[in-house]
Design a protein around this ligand. Structure first.
Ligand code: HEM
Length: 162
């Protein structure tokens, strides 16, 4: 078995939170037509319930995102830096439009902000995968990446699991 490192835990938490924020929005959007048939207030009740996990997940994305930046700090220059800045702008749009979506009352604004937060969340996901080295640039495997053993990346694997 591969050894578990702090990189593993950091990216596991970041990706887990991304699955809730992005996957949750897509799932809720798919359920809305059926929920609406059960009653006008049902979609809003379901959305409020979703918010109870969505916003903590967004919080985890920001905390693990900052940890990500600390772990790959040596790599943040040139096109990587540009991609990261674009991603942070997209993440901010995703958060702000999600908050506006939750507060909107007019159906048109609920739909507009809902679409914006969903699209920007998808864009953040794509940019995240791009940053994580799936950009086709050859390099050493993740755990041995020189820039990842910065102060925040903890050089020693957490433990061998078998
Ligand atoms: C909607 C919010 C966000 C989503 C959906 C998201 C998604 C992702 C995904 C899927 C990855 C790839 C992980 C992997 O394959 O290993 C990633 C990596 C990354 N994310 Fe995010 N992220 C979000 C917010 C943030 C924030 C707020 C920051 C910074 C404060 C951030 C910084 C990074 C960095 C630096 C990487 C590269 C990590 C590495 O290669 O070790 N992300 N993100």
């Amino acid at each position: 078995m591969l050894s578990v490192s702090w990189d593993t835990i950091r990216l596991f938490l970041h990706v887990l939170a991304a699955t809730v924020w992005v996957g949750g929005q897509i799932t809720l959007a798919a359920l809305v037509p059926v929920l609406r048939r059960l009653g006008a207030e049902i979609p809003r009740t379901a959305a409020r319930r979703f918010n109870l996990v969505a916003w903590p997940a967004f919080g985890v994305l920001i905390i693990t995102g900052i940890w990500n930046i600390a772990a790959v700090h040596a790599q943040i220059h040139g096109s990587y830096q540009t991609t990261l800045v674009v991603k942070l702008i997209v993440v901010a749009i995703s958060g702000v439009t999600a908050a506006l979506h939750a507060r909107a009352r007019k159906p048109a604004w609920i739909a507009n902000y809902g679409a914006l937060t969903g699209l920007s969340a998808l864009a953040a996901l794509f940019l995240g995968v791009l940053l994580a080295g799936l950009s086709g640039t050859p390099g050493p495997p993740r755990n041995q990446h020189p820039s990842r053993s910065g102060s925040a990346g903890l050089p020693v694997p957490v433990g061998n699991v078998g």
